[in-house]
Every structure is written in C-alpha cells, then in structure tokens.
Design a protein around this ligand. Structure first.
Ligand code: ATP
Ligand code: MG
Length: 180
C-alpha cells in the first residue's frame, strides 16, 4: 500500500507490527510506550479484545502524557464475538484514527488489534485506513497474533515472536506481574 501524501515514510513515522505465537508482543509495546514517555512523547495506548486491570494498566494509567483506553468486554472474547464486542472494537478504530490524525501523540499503540481482526471484529480496509491516518512524527504499533498479510505489507517493521518453548504448554497459566 502506498501513502498519498508523497512524504517519505520516515517523515511520517513508522508502522510497527508485533505478531506471532510466542510471548513478548504486548510487553514489547509496553516497553516502547515507557521509552517514548521517557523521551517526553505523548502516548495513546488502546487495548482491544480484552478488558481488565492488567498490571501494566495500574501503572501506565497514572503517568502524565499517557492516554489509556480499553475496547473489550470483561475477559477475552471466546468464540464468535457478540454485537457489543464488535461495537467496542469499532469505537477503538474511531478513537485510534482520531488520535493518529490529531498529531498530538508521538506513539499510538493498538494492542491486540490483530486479534480483533482475526476474530472478524475489524476488517483489513479498516486496519489499513487507521494505519494511513497517522500524521508526521507519529509512530504506530499494532500487536497481536494473526497479523494479516496486507497489514504486514503496509508495515515498515514486523517482528514475529516465534514460540520456541512456552510454559503455558506445561500447564502454567498467566501469572500476575508476568503475563497479567
Ligand atoms: P505478553 O503480554 O506476555 O507480552 P503476548 O502479548 O506476546 O504476551 P498474547 O498472544 O497476547 O501474548 O497472549 C497472552 C496470553 O495467552 C498469555 O497470558 C498466555 O498465558 C496465553 N498463551 C497461551 N499460549 C501461549 C503461547 N504459545 N505464547 C504466549 N502466550 C500464550
Ligand atoms: Mg498480547
């Protein structure tokens, strides 16, 4: 996909995608948000699909220059998303487009947005429209398993967290402070 502004992609800010089955996508995005805040940038951090007091929320929501929003129902969506799940995801898409078009944020993170796509809550054209709406100097990060090829093509950076080994398979569920 090409951008119509004719501007060099590096003037525009980059699109980064963290995908794959291994651990580290959300934590990488949180790490980047902390780094950006440390540099005095304003950060919009939107979490799709899930809602709840993840430990990162407890700390991030109190930071200056941080706007944090959740666009999921309680817990993860299981099976086919309901109307309220889809409506929440659409709200996230609108807020993200506004945050990107406003030009106030140095970094916009859309955590698990790829999962919202994979579950059929957001379309590929919507994802690409959001990506294309960012202004100069705004970096955009999209995370989650199942990033579609069309998004990967549009991205400037794609990192796949590949599971080599994961304790989840040995029965160790998400732990507070480590996964949640
Ligand atoms: P993190 O938030 O720790 O950076 P992530 O964002 O890369 O992880 P997600 O795909 O969002 O990972 O999955 C989150 C949850 O799914 C975890 O809490 C974990 O318990 C569970 N899970 C199940 N299988 C896996 C796997 N193979 N890799 C990672 N997480 C898994
Ligand atoms: Mg994640």
């Amino acid at each position: 996909m090409s951008y119509d502004s004719g501007k060099d992609v590096f003037t525009r800010g980059c699109l980064q995608v963290y995908t794959g089955n291994g651990k580290g996508k959300t934590t990488a995005a949180i790490g980047l948000a902390v780094r950006a805040l440390g540099a005095g940038m304003k950060v919009f951090f939107g979490q799709f699909v899930k809602r709840g007091e993840y430990s990162e929320i407890a700390i991030l929501k109190n930071l200056e220059n941080m706007v944090l929003r959740q666009y999921g129902e309680e817990g993860f969506v299981m099976g086919k998303p309901g109307a309220s799940d889809v409506e929440a995801a659409s709200r996230g898409v609108r807020d993200a487009a506004d945050a990107l078009a406003g030009g106030n944020f140095g970094l916009v993170v859309l955590d698990e947005v790829n999962v919202a796509y994979a579950l059929g809550m957001i379309s590929l054209p919507e994802l690409l429209t959001v990506a294309a709406s960012r202004r100069d100097g705004t970096e955009l990060v999209m995370t989650g398993r199942g990033a579609p090829p069309g998004l990967i093509e549009a991205a400037d950076l794609v990192t796949e967290m590949r599971e080599v080994k994961h304790y989840f398979k040995a029965g160790l569920k998400a732990r507070k402070g480590i996964e949640s």
